[in-house]
Design a protein around this ligand. Structure first.
Ligand code: ATP
Ligand code: MG
Length: 354
């Protein structure tokens, strides 16, 4: 008895993506299926290299086919292709080749947006996803302090080549174009123009994820930017203090009003681990991020510890994933990246993205 293609697909329909609850055949994950005698061969195309359930889906798909009567061998190739996200606003700005733009925002300044944006971008790049980061904080540009670039040369007369960071991460910031000690005194409209240029005149190539570090606040500047950049989803950063949470909620509402999907909240400086005894101290109060997330019905994506090395990293340009790859903090950022990627996959698949 030899299985037919139809029977193989039927068996694979029994495998569901744990996150989406949809079966992997309907989601278009099965490609190039051939059945020759008892030899089954196919490609499993996952929705992102950063999915937390990838190995689980692989195992389930393999055993589903192996369990069919008459199957002699299973040749399963595994690839990942990030699906195209849909920006909330169909503005004049189109950046073909960039599938998902994730804005990292906060209400208050200094809560750790750049820390979260840079480490998230590095963690996504580490998974093998084509990733980039744009520093949209024109006045407080600090990206180049957080991640040292390995290579940067502005092309003459043509488009600008982004700088390159760890794991091939593409980076662009005003700080790369203007010397450190030159104050930028542009007015609002010029800022929008500069951002537009950094999106359209920089040669980003094909990107699965572009992380955008937004300036703080809920006023004019971030609002204009949020309307200029084709954002697929937003991550809101806050610290546990009530004052910070209140303003984070304002920022969140601003994005919701613009129709931008809120991917979740990140609570930064959540706790301090005593290096002597390992005890967690909740210096700024405990559970505020979680409570706000529950109240707003959005996920709490991560709780980042207050860590000396994170502060040091922001001054010496080595993100914690490269400087302390086995630390708990590095793991926390990897988990954040997986959750952000999964949330984007869910949003894209739900609306039937190809
Ligand atoms: N979890 C943390 N542990 C230790 N230091 C941190 C942590 N998060 C941020 N910092 C430090 O706090 C300072 C402010 O962080 P960061 O620059 O990321 O905030 P921001 O929200 O981007 O600020 P701004 O609004 O000025 O852009 C930096 O010196 C950074 O290194
Ligand atoms: Mg910043």
């Amino acid at each position: 008895m030899k299985p037919s293609e139809k029977e193989v697909l039927q068996a694979l329909r029994g495998v569901r993506d744990p996150e989406l609850g949809m079966d992997i055949v309907s989601m278009g994950m099965i490609k190039d299926l051939t059945v020759k005698g008892g030899d089954v061969s196919f490609t499993l195309e996952l929705t992102t290299p950063a999915c937390p359930f990838n190995s689980q889906i692989e195992q389930m798909a393999r055993s589903a086919v192996e369990g069919l009567p008459g199957v002699k061998s299973v040749n399963m190739r595994v690839t990942a292709r990030v699906r195209q996200g849909r920006p909330a606003l169909q503005g004049p700005l189109e950046i073909p080749g960039i599938k998902n733009v994730v804005a990292v925002a906060s209400g208050k300044g200094g809560v750790g947006k750049t820390t979260v944006a840079t480490n998230l971008a590095v963690a996504l790049a580490e998974t093998g996803a084509a990733s980039g980061i744009l520093d949209a904080d024109i006045y407080g540009s600090s990206l180049t302090r957080f991640i040292r670039s390995y290579r940067f040369d502005v092309q003459k007369g043509g488009r600008i080549t982004p700088a390159e960071g760890p794991f091939g991460l593409k980076m662009m910031s005003m700080g790369l174009l203007v010397p450190d000690d030159t104050p930028i005194i542009w007015r609002g409209p010029l800022v929008g123009g500069a951002i537009r240029q950094m999106l359209t005149e920089v040669d980003w190539g094909e990107l699965d994820y572009l992380i955008v570090d937004l300036p703080p606040g809920t006023g004019d500047a971030p609002l204009t930017l949020a309307q200029t950049i084709p954002i697929t989803g937003a991550v809101i950063v806050t610290t546990p203090q009530q004052a910070s949470l209140d303003i984070a909620i304002k920022a969140l509402r601003m994005f919701q009003r613009l129709g931008v999907e809120i991917l979740g909240i990140v609570e930064n400086m959540s706790f301090y681990v005593c290096p002597e005894c390992g005890r967690k101290e909740y210096i700024f109060g405990r559970g505020g991020g979680l409570l706000s997330a529950e109240r707003l019905d959005v996920p709490l994506l991560a709780e980042i510890p207050l860590l000396l090395q994170l502060r040091e990293n922001s001054d010496n340009g080595t993100p914690i994933i490269t400087s302390m790859p086995h630390s708990e903090a590095a793991e926390t950022f990897r988990s954040l990246a997986r959750r952000v990627a999964a949330a984007l996959s869910v949003a894209a698949v739900r609306r039937g993205a190809k």
